[in-house]
Design a protein around this ligand. Structure first.
Ligand SMILES: [Zn+2]
Length: 94
């Protein structure tokens, strides 16, 4: 668990891979940008809050299947824990 939190980058918002994103400078409005080595796309963490809801739910579902805790998902995707838990509830009710 402790070693997990040493990672500083989120999973890729495009392909959902982890351990393949790295910081890619700061975008407009001072938002941290990331670059995915796997799919060679950049993304910003605020994409999470601007739509692609289905995508987010799918990524949370995938992380759950890989036995991540809601806290880990919250950290990994940089989404508030309450938000993650809301998605998990939706998934459970689906
Ligand atoms: Zn990617």
């Amino acid at each position: 668990m402790n070693s997990y939190f040493k990672k500083a980058t989120p999973i890729c918002h495009h392909c959902g891979e982890y351990d393949c994103t790295k910081k890619h400078g700061i975008g407009k409005a001072g938002i941290q940008r990331y670059y995915c080595i796997n799919c060679r796309k950049t993304f910003q963490t605020t994409y999470v809050y601007k739509g692609k809801e289905v995508n987010i739910a799918a990524q949370i579902e995938r992380l759950l299947e890989q036995h991540h805790t809601p806290e880990q998902i919250s950290f990994e995707m940089q989404i508030r824990l309450s938000r993650v838990e809301a998605y998990i509830k939706q998934l459970e009710n689906a």
